[in-house]
Design a protein around this ligand. Structure first.
Ligand code: ZN
Length: 244
């Protein structure tokens, strides 16, 4: 049995610790309507929402119903990824507005213990908020009030394209050098008093030395940060080419 939409949603809410008894009962009702019929589904669907509900009872019959349907609840990570795909599809279909969708995806990123391929939603959430508040610094490169809808849509499409691939855990700390092509962690180049060790600068002037990131191999400063859209796109396209 393929997981129904309401069950993917329910597993996702349970992973976020946000499932209410009403959600479980709604799933039972929807399942009966779809032609699935088990004793525990009937009990759940028959619970009276106008009276106080024993959430322990709901939980018990939910587990029983899963057993009767020969379904297994996915682990937290899997549940969150399936829920994220559902939200992204809703976003692309116009069934969900960009702002609540981005916020929910950002919450899923945190609940899934910060996987790289959901990280962009947190950056976007902060950046959309910053735009709304008229702040001058926006974390997501190039995001404006005018292009925000198309940027969110682009990221949603990229999510679906890249979800089959795994990023290395330290991926976001890396850069692409646009001069020599190296992919790896950047070096830091001090912009003033290069002879002065950073610790001394901080001690003498009470602030860190101005520095910039440069390629760890050739020293060029023309870099693409891996976590940006362009960086992730390059990484995924290389994987797509090798078929890994
Ligand atoms: Zn280089």
């Amino acid at each position: 049995m393929a997981l129904s939409r309401t069950l993917v949603e329910l597993f996702g809410r349970r992973a976020l610790n946000q499932a209410r008894s009403e959600d479980t009962i709604a799933w039972a009702v929807a399942s009966l309507e779809q032609g699935f019929d088990t004793p525990s589904l009937r009990i759940l669907a028959g619970l009276d929402l106008t009276r106080p509900i024993d959430s322990f009872e709901v939980q018990t019959f939910f587990q029983k119903a899963l057993g009767e349907l020969e379904l297994t609840e996915p682990g937290l990570y899997e549940a969150i990824l399936q829920y994220a795909d559902l939200i992204v599809n809703d976003l692309l279909d116009g069934a969900m507005d960009p702002k609540p969708a981005v916020s929910l995806l950002a919450r899923l990123w945190a609940a899934a213990d910060y996987p790289v391929h959901l990280a962009v939603w947190s950056d976007l959430e902060d950046s959309l908020e910053a735009l709304e508040c008229g702040e001058s610094y926006v974390l997501y490169p190039g995001l404006t009030k005018e292009n925000r809808a198309s940027v969110v849509e682009r990221e949603a499409r990229f999510h679906l394209r890249s979800k089959a691939f795994t990023y290395p855990p330290d991926f976001s700390r890396n850069v692409y050098c646009n001069v020599c092509g190296r992919f790896g962690p950047p070096s830091s180049e001090r912009l003033t008093m290069k002879w002065l060790p950073p610790r001394w600068h901080a001690w003498l002037f009470g602030k860190p030395q101005p520095a910039r990131s440069v390629c760890g191999a050739c020293g060029a400063s023309d870099l693409t940060f891996a976590w940006t859209y362009e960086g992730r796109r390059r990484f995924i396209e290389a994987l797509e080419k090798t078929g890994r």
